[in-house]
Design a protein around this ligand. Sequence first.
Ligand code: SF4
Ligand code: SF4
Length: 163
Amino acid sequence: MQKNKFARLCDDICANCKIDCCVKWSPTISEFDKARIRKIEKDENLFDGNLFNTPDNRCPFYNKAKKGCGIHEHRPLDCRIYPYSFWFELGRLDLWLDTKCPIAKKIVADEKFYKSAMETAKSELVHWSEGEIYAYLMASFNIDKFKKEVKGDKKNVFYRKEK
Ligand code: SF4
Ligand code: SF4
């Protein structure tokens, strides 16, 4: 499949990036992602909750030799939308940007690049089911961490004042 203009621009930026996001990052794995990955990888111990079951939960599929994703067609939604991520708040689905990523910096600084990124994001979003987005949001919310924060240091618990 031929890549669109935005994907080609991203390829060029990634080729010169020193961040190694796939090496250092632990993507969130929803139940939809697990089903997709299990089609090609049968290891029953591959997942630890909503993360990979590896040291520091790092992704085991980065292909160092090819400097690319080893499961591109089956990669998790978290990777598909990066440097965006979803967050659901007050009945609204927000798109957040990880501004450490040079692509995100370009989206913020360059209007043409921003428009191209949003067009691509919208054309992708229409193909995702409500269930997949919901599963992603549930997987991103770490209930164990939240419970520890509630039981422990109260300063780490955030709450919103009603207006
Ligand atoms: S951090 Fe951004 S620019 Fe760098 S490799 Fe990852 S996606 Fe590409
Ligand atoms: S699944 Fe692919 S894109 Fe996602 S972190 Fe692993 S190597 Fe990178």
